[in-house]
Design a protein around this ligand. Structure first.
Ligand SMILES: Cc1cc2nc3c(=O)[nH]c(=O)nc-3n(C[C@H](O)[C@H](O)[C@H](O)COP(=O)(O)O)c2cc1C
Length: 146
């Protein structure tokens, strides 16, 4: 089964996890970046609100095509108990018919009501969510550095 890891990071912890998963699987790891750089303040306001409202920011053009893979590992930080807004743009990179494993990097390990909608959004792309889980990074929102 051909796998790829696709992630967004703001502070670097999702990058670390994505690279660890990619190395374990011997899979390519692709980073998605927002078109506009965010400041730390901008991650909270309006970032937290955008995450809750499932707003889709513009992302930079990507130089990879997920059509050639069977399973996609999607990684994203949690903002305001939802995937960071870039996740909503990453959804559009998913071709139908893929297996998708979602890993969400969060400061803590609180249960999230938003997970059901996160799954639904991936499934609405015609994909199957094989797993959705949290990686608690211990990096709490107030402690993030730019
Ligand atoms: C705007 C913002 C909101 C956050 N909201 C939450 C939250 O609701 N729950 C949580 O556990 N962590 C929250 N965090 C912490 C991040 O999820 C955590 O630090 C994560 O490891 C960041 O990943 P990154 O370094 O790849 O950006 C928030 C961080 C930011 C910047």
């Amino acid at each position: 089964m051909k796998a790829a890891v696709v992630y967004y990071t703001f502070g670097g912890s999702t990058k670390k996890e994505a690279e660890r998963i990619g190395a374990e699987l011997e899979a390519p790891v692709y980073r998605v970046r927002e078109a506009k750089n965010r400041s730390l303040i901008g991650s909270f306001i309006p970032g937290g609100w955008q995450a809750m409202k499932r707003k889709k920011p513009k992302i930079r053009p990507v130089d990879f095509d997920l059509a050639q893979f069977d399973r996609i590992y999607l990684g994203c930080p949690v903002w305001a108990a939802c995937p960071a807004p870039a996740f909503n743009a990453m959804l559009e990179l998913l071709p139908a018919g893929k297996e998708v494993e979602i890993f969400l990097c969060a400061g803590g390990n609180d249960p999230r009501e938003s997970d059901a909608e996160t799954r639904r959004l991936v499934e609405a792309r015609g994909c199957t969510v094989t797993k959705l889980y949290t990686i608690p990074t211990g990096v709490m929102p107030g402690k993030m550095k730019e």
